[in-house]
Design a protein around this ligand. Sequence first.
Ligand SMILES: Nc1ncnc2c1ncn2[C@@H]1O[C@H](COP(=O)(O)OP(=O)(O)O)[C@@H](O)[C@H]1O
Ligand SMILES: [Mg+2]
Length: 251
Amino acid sequence: MKIAFCGKGGVGKSTIAALLCGALLESGYGVLAIDADPSPHLGRLLGFAEAESLTPLAEMRDLLAERAEKQGPYYNLNPKIDDLPEKFMLKKDGLRLMVLGAIREAGGGCACPEQTVLRRLLSFLILQAKEAVVVDMEAGVEHFGRATVVPMDFILVVAQPYRGSLETAKQILRLSQELKMERVVVVGNAVRDTEDEAFIQETLGVEPLVSFPEDREVLLAERKGKSLLELPGPSREKARELVKKLSSYGT
Ligand SMILES: Nc1ncnc2c1ncn2[C@@H]1O[C@H](COP(=O)(O)OP(=O)(O)O)[C@@H](O)[C@H]1O
Ligand SMILES: [Mg+2]
């Protein structure tokens, strides 16, 4: 099961990604979590203490330039990347985490050599993984392109019941239709009642697969910098429900 999260900044992508990782682990899946956000903090939400001091791969300019074999205007389009996961992956109890940082699509204007290394690494990780894969992507839709999303089984678009978040979700849904992506699913977050739920559904024309409640446990865990992997309470139940529904599609 290969799952990518997208949606407007602050809607809860990283939060729900971490909760989903917890529920997948609990159901017996191995999990590869990939943080592809420019300001990554999935590691903290997954309880990796060392993630705080980690430099995202995207910021290791020398390493990326070296792998791209950049010489003047020329570079290697097929850089060596297969040893990088072993060097930079964090691991614990069935969970692996790779902190990539910002990735730009080639079509999105950036064909720079360093980005070629990152994109190749991302595809490699997704295709090679034997575990469930959860990718926490960048906020908006600017970098939503074929290379990143095509190997995915599910794109989960996180939406909260307010206009700004729903406009971004709509754009993502439109783009994914253009890319002929199937299994693009809306997940509600901070949904307080049926009116909130209906507002999401009416605005997007799609029913959320699962809606997460506004949850004080999530807020408190964030404040304390605690892991969400074993968070008690309603969000955990919802994450379990999400795993069940995604598995029932069969991948
Ligand atoms: N269901 C929720 N209940 C309470 N707080 C939430 C919930 N979802 C997210 N948050 C809080 O909202 C903030 C933004 O969430 P985050 O997952 O970082 O968003 P994103 O990754 O989409 O930018 C965080 O402080 C997080 O703890
Ligand atoms: Mg995030």
